[in-house]
Design a protein around this ligand. Structure first.
Ligand SMILES: Cc1ncc(COP(=O)(O)O)c(C=O)c1O
Length: 348
């Protein structure tokens, strides 16, 4: 029995029926990276694969990134539940923290940001934008960061006593799955863009995360010949609680026949280096190479790591000349300024 796939229109209707606040500049472009491809060789001088980049760094919302799509769904939930205040707990150079600040401003909501490992950091990159956007910042040191949730819950209690209706984002399911739903939409966009280029088979490279799961869900429900290599950028949290345990939540929310599973994503976890937020030499090389070939700026924490993995996999011959690669650029651009000195000192 052939599998019964959804049509494009059926899957789109399932996404479109969910509450949504329009915030992102869509559709984002899909661009070729011919010069990067030409600069890369596999074993024996094999030529590089065709490489396309999906520009999720161009979604708007204070310097772009995947969260612009995510917040279209998450903010609808926050609004519909009647919240007037958001609390978010993130790491000091978080893109999520910045884009939540932008989304909260657009919704006219109060935004309290508890930033871990942030005390004494230079006000640069995302932290600078958080300030410009007027986030109410609580900068924690390393020791305080260990009990960041208690700290945030204390603020929540205080604000609720003052009569605010407060959503502490980490206590809700929606932030964990709205990004997946949003990227089912991105998957529909990609399917149309790839079809216009006559491309049926594609190999996606991206951060092993929620956005990637959304693309997988699109591919599986439409029966597309897409494969996925997800790159980890941190040792914490592990992928099971972060994404894989939500396979049924999204299936239920979208009411689709199939969901993603672990077997749909080849995971590369050898590119993290010393840890999240510490740039490796391979990532520095990748950032320079993508910039100096096709003028694509990637970041030291997320997309630069994926780019480093892609470059390495091509050089090792694990991605072949006849493949078409789609690099999912999920944003993160302000972080290049946080790493200004290291990046500028890089000699190659
Ligand atoms: C630039 C960038 N890419 C990818 C991710 C992973 O996000 P997600 O798991 O929501 O896809 C993040 C997370 O904050 C990010 O900032």
């Amino acid at each position: 029995m052939p599998k019964a796939y959804l049509s494009r229109a059926e899957l789109k209707a399932k996404v479109d029926k969910l509450p949504r606040v329009r915030m992102a500049h869509l559709p984002t472009p899909l661009e070729e990276m011919p010069r990067l491809s030409a600069a890369l060789k596999g074993p024996g001088g094999a030529k590089g694969p065709r490489i396309l980049v999906k520009r999720e760094d161009m979604t708007g919302l204070a310097y772009g990134g995947n969260k612009a799509r995510h917040y279209e769904f998450e903010m609808a939930h926050v609004r519909d539940e009647g919240y007037d205040t958001l609390i978010n707990i993130m790491d000091y150079h978080s893109n999520n923290a910045r884009m939540t600040a932008a989304a909260a401003n657009k919704m006219g909501m109060r935004y309290v940001l508890v930033l871990k490992n942030a005390k004494g950091r230079p006000v640069q990159g995302n932290l600078l934008i958080d300030k410009l956007l007027g986030a109410e910042l609580h900068l924690l040191d390393e020791r305080e960061s260990e009990s960041a949730h208690d700290y945030a819950a204390g603020i929540q209690k205080r604000l609720e006593k003052e009569g605010r209706k407060v959503c502490l984002l980490q206590d809700h399911l929606e932030p964990r799955i709205s990004g997946m739903v949003a990227f089912v939409g991105a998957g529909l966009e990609l399917q149309e863009q790839l079809e216009a280029l006559g491309i049926k088979k594609a190999h996606f490279f991206g951060v092993a995360g929620r956005s990637f799961c959304g693309l997988i869900l699109t591919a599986k429900n439409l029966g597309l010949d897409w494969t996925f290599t997800g790159v980890t950028v941190t040792y914490d949290p592990p992928l099971d609680p972060y994404i894989f345990q939500h396979d049924q939540d999204i299936k239920k929310l979208l009411d689709v026949p199939v969901t993603f599973s672990k077997k749909d994503m080849a995971v590369l976890d050898g590119y993290v280096g010393e840890g999240y937020g510490i740039m490796t030499p391979a990532v520095a090389e990748a950032i320079h190479l993508a910039a100096q070939t096709d003028a694509i700026i990637t970041d030291p924490n997320y997309t630069g790591t994926v780019m480093a993995a892609l470059i390495d996999q091509i050089r090792k011959g694990n991605v072949k000349s006849d493949e078409t690669v789609v690099f999912l650029h999920t944003g993160g651009l302000p972080a290049v300024f946080t790493f200004a000195e290291e990046l500028a000192a890089w000699k190659g």
